[in-house]
Design a protein around this ligand. Structure first.
Ligand SMILES: [Zn+2]
Length: 114
């Protein structure tokens, strides 16, 4: 799948075909409206946007939440997974070729588990 921010400065490809996505209730996800799908670090390619994002960290500060400095969209977050390997959460709201009406939301209780 392909994803990008609104202005196009940030774009990625991810080797996944998500049918489900996490709808997390943590303080950041609620405000951003993230709809997240996990991708292993080696299945994610940042095609454009190195240096075009601001990085926001909170709570444990392990995860980088990337936001485009120009248009404000938040196409992905990344950090070490539970196994320590690089992991990316792509925001399906920035996906170019996925009908979100067909993606099943999975509630994730990030407010209490993060
Ligand atoms: Zn942008």
């Amino acid at each position: 799948m392909k994803g990008s921010c609104h202005c196009g400065k940030v774009a990625y490809t991810a080797d996944i075909a998500p049918t489900e996505a996490f709808l997390c209730n943590c303080s950041l996800c609620r405000r951003k409206g993230y709809l997240l799908a996990p991708v292993s670090g080696d299945a994610f390619v940042l095609e454009r946007g190195q240096g075009e994002t601001t990085v926001y960290r909170f709570n444990t500060h392990r995860i980088e939440h990337h936001t485009c400095t120009t248009c404000g969209c938040a196409p992905f977050s990344r950090g070490p997974g539970r196994d320590g390997k690089p992991m990316v959460m792509v925001n399906l709201r920035c996906a170019e070729d996925i009908d979100l009406a067909t993606v099943k939301p999975i509630a994730f209780d990030g407010a209490n588990k993060l």
